[in-house]
Design a protein around this ligand. Structure first.
Ligand code: 6PG
Length: 236
């Protein structure tokens, strides 16, 4: 499916645009439970923060929030994606979502494989039907913690994997598989900056393999959108 590419003047406009559109998706979602997969990184976290301030009059008890990847560090560590997200949304009603499905922390003593399996079990038993998955994109084209050249991006099945030797610190991470990400109705990539331009062009060019371009290998079952600033869109 062809991605719907939306270009904005700068990073702040990308964040505001994606958050406003996500607020509309949530407002228009039918009755019942809504599952959303959040992402880490500067742009994704800021989108979640902006979304939190737009959701007025929303029934938060319907909302289940997940992270499509986590940096495998102790609970509360300032570099964890959930910690950074909680900071971005603190004081907002988003904190009252029915459930934040966070990953176990490394203080548990679990190996990354066992921590990934625990979250995978939760995915299996909750059977989330993701309405929306946000993804940041790295300069190397990674999404979630699926990095070019590492084995994770080729793992099949709707599970959660352990990732070792991540080129972006920290080295140990947990990540949704590509199949789990792609089970989302909507997959929205959010990115900004000239350092992302080559990765965006490779992904949207459509010729790269998943291992060369993880971001080019993710797509929503209904819709794939890319929110980019002009700098990141420069090579499209
Ligand atoms: O744990 C993480 O860092 C991520 O989830 C990662 O996939 C991130 O979204 C991208 O690296 C983009 O990050 P930026 O928006 O900061 O460039």
């Amino acid at each position: 499916m062809t991605a719907d590419v939306r270009t904005f003047p700068d990073k702040d406009a990308v964040i505001a645009g994606a958050a406003a559109d996500a607020a509309q998706v949530l407002a228009e979602a039918g009755n019942g439970r809504i599952d959303v997969a959040l992402t880490g990184g500067s742009v994704g976290t800021a989108v979640t923060g902006a979304l939190a301030s737009l959701l007025t009059g929303f029934d938060f008890s319907r909302l289940h929030l997940w992270f499509s990847d986590e940096r495998y560090l102790p609970t509360g560590h300032p570099d964890r994606n959930d910690t950074q997200t909680f900071k971005a949304v603190s004081g907002s009603a988003l904190m009252h979502a029915s459930r934040w499905h966070v990953c176990v922390g490394s203080e548990s003593g679990l190996s990354a494989e066992d921590a990934a399996a625990a979250l995978g079990k939760e995915v299996q038993s909750e059977a989330p039907n993701f309405a929306l998955s946000f993804l940041g994109v790295g300069p190397d084209g990674h999404v979630a913690s699926l990095f070019p050249g590492l084995p994770g991006v080729t793992v099949t099945g709707s599970g959660v994997i352990a990732v070792h030797d991540s080129p972006k610190p920290p080295p140990t991470r947990l990540s949704f598989t590509r199949d789990l990400i792609n089970s989302s109705a909507r997959v929205w990539a959010v990115l900004a900056g000239a350092e992302k331009a080559a990765a965006a062009a490779r992904a949207l060019g459509g010729a790269a393999t998943p291992s060369e371009s993880p971001s080019g290998s993710v797509a929503g079952s209904d819709e794939t959108r890319w929110y980019l600033d002009e700098a990141a869109a420069a090579d499209l």
